[in-house]
Each structure stands twice: as structure tokens, then as C-alpha cells.
Design a protein. Structure first.
Length: 491
């Protein structure tokens, strides 16, 4: 293995491959920072340019773009409360609060350092655990996926800071929205009053509306509010002592992100939300999360970047995509005449090991580029709110339109922007709704598949050990914060 890994480094350090690596990182930053242009879209857009490249060069370009795009989403999440990628939504919870306090440089520094640590640790885990972790993922059937979705939704009790009732209401609204579209099993339309809704409510335009456009309305409300003073934005602004305090989060987030990323279908969004919840659950300052706690940024960014490496485990070892982006990468490999799967490591070892090397070499380059741009990106918050509102609105429209090159997602984005604004005015959290939009379809589809397989036997869910463990964890995750609040109120 080590000989093959050294051969992979030899491939990456060739001048043309290094140029491809740097180009992929720069393009990835741009793709990730633009709301609506997800890593999947970025990879799909770059594939036509790889047709004439050799397989190794094509994979280095695509892998570096994928890795950088996941971090790039955190830039606008922190500065504008407009997550560039769905996984960066959790980053915005605390990142944007720090920006409003004039600590954008500090937030950006934490995000890039946590991203780099997450990418590095997960890349090392990928090298040593790709085949066994991918084999574990094969154990997941309909009941396990259903239990995983339930576990994700149980986080609502932790993410509903002020009122559990409002958090549950937000989650239920999200689950109702998920029912729009074709029935996942029968294929019959449900609540479809427009042709654009046959595939359900477009997730990314809805997310852009809930977070970014609703923030535009807030900007217009406070258009006369002065931006932070420039002195607060000077320098990188994150002392080493701060990272020493967060060392446990910086280690836990990559491990969680990698494990979740290796499960096909889970993805970076679930990884970042689960990691964020775990950081909050074990923290002694739970009430500070969502109000500018640096650990929230570190937990989210460390996990979503680690999930990128996790997605490569089933892709390379078994040919199973761990995410939408990984599915597109499988297509890119097939175009190059390479078949991912167990034989890949023996027939084309230069492909997986050059990917491993690209991940390891790309981490410091990504960190250097990211840290070099902190001062520049932090200047964004000095722009007057009236100009910023127009700029963010333009990004929102562009991102929503690029979803399907039509106006329908734009109207969806506007509706959800108004809806998100009203929710925020009534102090109803939007995070549980995002959880429901991400996990609702997975929960429904796999529940119905499990019932079909079991012949209507509901006890079937308790016959699978992994399912049973996940369901027990879900109950504990849901009830523990409620019990803690009850004890606190009595005290």
C-alpha cells in the first residue's frame, strides 16, 4: 500500500498535476461560495473539460474542486448568512453572528483551520479504512436508513433553543413540504399544483430563500444600521489559545463527518448538522450556540469537509456513490474507461492512490489560499447594507435560476424567503425545517420499503441490530435535552 501511495504522490507532484490541483481549489472556492452552485453542479460543469485529459489529471482536478467547494460554502454563510452549499447552513448559525459582532476574520479563520484539520484527518482515515468502512455501509438496508433519518430528526430538541414547541412546528412544516411531489413508492402525484413540483419542492432554492433572501429582508429593515468598524476586521483574528480550547471538537468533528460520509446517501449536510448537535450537547455553554460560539463553526466545517473523504470510501472500494457528487465522479471515471470497485486497487492503483495523495497535498494549499483571503473576504461586511442587499439578492436569483435554468426555482426561492422572514419575526427556528427537508424523503421512502419487505410486520425494525441502536439513540437524543430543561426550570 505504501509503495502505491508514494507512486500517487509522485503523480500529484508533477507540474501539470499541481497546476490542475491549484485550479481545482480556486474553482471550488468560487463554486462553493456561490449559493446554488453546489459541488455536484461544479463537478458536472468541469467534466466536459476533462474529456481530453488523462484519468489521473482529471481525477486530481475533480477531487480538489470537490474538497474546496465544501469549504467555499462557508465563506458566504459566515459573511452574508447565505450558505453556498447546503452543508454550510450549520456554519451560518454561529458564523454570521460573529460577523455581526465585527469578528468576520475570526470566524473565517476558524472555518478554514477546522476544514483543513477535518480534510487531513479524514484523508488519513480514508487511506487505512476505505475497504472495511465501505463493507460496513453495505449492511444498511431500508430499516437502517429509516432509523438514521429518525436519529437526524431527533436533533430538533437540541436545535430548538428557545421553544421546543416552535421547533417541532418548524420540523412538521418541513415534513409537510416534503410530501409535495410524486409518491416515492406508488408514483402518484401529491399536492402537485404546478408542473415544476412533480419532483418535489426544489431543495436548494428553498434553502437559499429560507436563509439568504430572508436575510435580505432583514437588511432592508435595518438599512441605516452602520457596518462593523474596520479595525475589528484587521488581521486573521483567531489566537492559538482558541484552537487549544476546541481541540476535542476539532478531533471529534472529522471522525463523525467521515463515518457519516461513508454511508451512501447521508452526505455532508447530515454530517455537519450531527456534528454541530454533538458539539452543543457536550458543551458546558449550550446557550451560546447559535449566538456566535466558535465551536459551532469548527464542528460544522470540520465534519462537512471530512464527509468528502468519507464519500470516496464506498466509491473507490465498491463503486457505490456516497453522495450526489460521488455519483457524478463515478460517471467521470467511467468516461475515462475506469470502473470503480474492488478491482480498481489492483487493475488501476494509480487512480485511488493519486486521489489519496491529492487530498493530502491539497489540504495545505487549500488552507494557505483560504487564510490568504481572510482579510479580503472580511471586507465584504464593510459594504453598506443597501448595496449588500442588492448584491445578495442578485446572487440568490442567479443561484436559484441555475438550479434548472428556469424561473420556477426563482419563484420558489422568493416564496421561501418571505416564509423564512415571517418565521424569524415570530421566533420560529428554521433549522428544524432544514432537517426535515433533508431527511423527510429518506425517512418516508425507507419506512415504506421496510414495511413492504416485512409484509406489514412493524416489529421488523427491532430485529436489525444497527436499526435498534439508532432508534435507541434517537429516543435518548430527543428526550435528554427535554429532561435537562425540565430539571433546570424546577431548579
Amino acid at each position: 500500500m505504501f509503495e502505491n501511495l508514494l507512486s500517487g504522490f509522485d503523480q500529484v507532484f508533477q507540474i501539470y498535476h499541481l497546476i490542475g490541483l491549484l485550479a481545482g481549489i480556486l474553482i471550488g472556492y468560487f463554486i462553493g461560495a456561490m449559493p446554488g452552485l453546489t459541488p455536484s453542479i461544479g463537478i458536472a460543469l468541469i467534466i466536459p473539460f476533462t474529456f481530453t485529459m488523462e484519468p489521473v489529471m482529471a481525477m486530481i482536478l475533480i477531487v480538489s474542486l470537490y474538497m474546496a467547494a465544501e469549504y467555499g460554502g462557508g465563506i458566504t454563510a459566515i459573511l452574508l448568512n447565505a450558505p453556498g452549499t447546503p452543508a454550510a447552513a450549520a456554519t451560518a448559525f454561529d458564523g454570521f453572528e460573529l460577523t455581526k459582532r465585527g469578528e468576520a476574520g475570526k470566524a473565517l479563520t476558524i472555518s478554514i483551520v477546522a476544514s483543513a484539520i477535518g480534510a487531513l484527518i479524514s484523508s488519513i482515515l480514508l487511506i487505512f479504512t476505505a475497504v472495511p468502512m465501505a463493507s460496513f455501509a453495505l449492511e444498511f438496508g431500508p430499516t437502517e436508513y429509516f432509523a438514521l433519518a429518525i436519529f437526524g430528526l431527533s436533533l430538533v430538541s437540541s436545535l430548538s433553543q428557545e421553544s421546543l414547541l416552535k421547533g417541532m412546528l418548524s420540523m412538521l412544516l418541513g415534513l409537510l413540504i416534503i410530501t409535495i411531489g410524486l409518491d416515492p413508492v406508488m408514483g402518484t402525484p401529491r399536492f402537485v399544483f404546478s408542473n415544476g413540483l412533480f419532483e418535489g419542492v426544489p431543495f436548494l432554492p428553498a434553502l437559499i430563500g429560507l436563509f439568504a433572501l430572508s436575510e435580505v429582508f432583514y437588511m432592508l429593515e435595518n438599512v441605516k444600521e452602520k457596518p462593523p468598524k474596520e479595525e475589528k476586521l484587521k488581521g486573521i483574528g483567531a489566537p492559538l489559545s482558541l484552537f487549544k480550547k476546541m481541540w476535542l471538537t476539532l478531533l471529534r468533528a472529522p471522525i463523525l463527518g467521515y463515518v457519516i460520509g461513508v454511508i451512501p446517501g447521508a452526505g455532508t449536510t447530515i454530517a455537519s448538522l450531527v456534528s454541530y448537535n454533538e458539539a452543543k450537547r457536550v458543551s458546558k455553554q449550550k446557550e451560546t450556540f447559535g449566538k456566535g460560539n466558535p465551536e459551532g463553526i469548527a464542528a460544522s466545517e470540520g465534519a462537512n469537509n471530512a464527509a468528502v473523504s468519507g464519500a470516496f470510501a464506498p466509491l473507490l472500494a465498491l463503486g457505490i456513490p456516497g453522495s450526489a457528487s460521488a455519483a457524478i465522479i463515478i460517471g467521470a471515471l467511467t468516461i475515462q474507461g475506469v470502473q470503480p470497485g474492488p478491482l480498481l486497487f489492483t487493475e488501476n492503483p494509480e487512480i485511488p492512490y493519486s486521489i489519496f495523495a491529492a487530498l493530502l497535498v491539497g489540504v495545505p494549499i487549500m488552507a494557505i489560499v483560504g487564510l490568504s483571503g481572510v482579510r479580503l473576504w472580511a471586507k465584504v461586511v464593510l459594504i453598506p447594507r443597501s448595496i449588500l442587499a442588492v448584491f445578495v439578492s442578485g446572487i440568490c436569483v442567479l443561484g436559484a435560476y441555475s438550479y434548472s435554468n428556469s424561473m420556477f426555482p426563482v419563484w420558489v426561492m422568493i416564496i421561501f424567503g418571505i416564509f423564512g422572514y415571517l418565521l424569524r419575526k415570530t421566533n420560529v427556528p428554521t433549522t428544524p425545517m432544514v432537517l426535515a427537508l433533508v431527511l423527510g424523503a429518506m425517512m418516508e421512502t425507507n419506512f415504506r420499503r421496510a414495511i413492504t419487505v416485512s409484509g406489514g410486520d412493524y416489529t421488523f425494525f427491532f430485529h436489525r441490530p444497527i436499526t435498534l441502536v439508532l432508534l435507541i439513540l434517537s429516543i435518548g437524543t430527543l428526550l435528554l435535552p427535554i429532561i435537562q430543561r425540565f430539571r433546570k426550570s424546577r431548579a
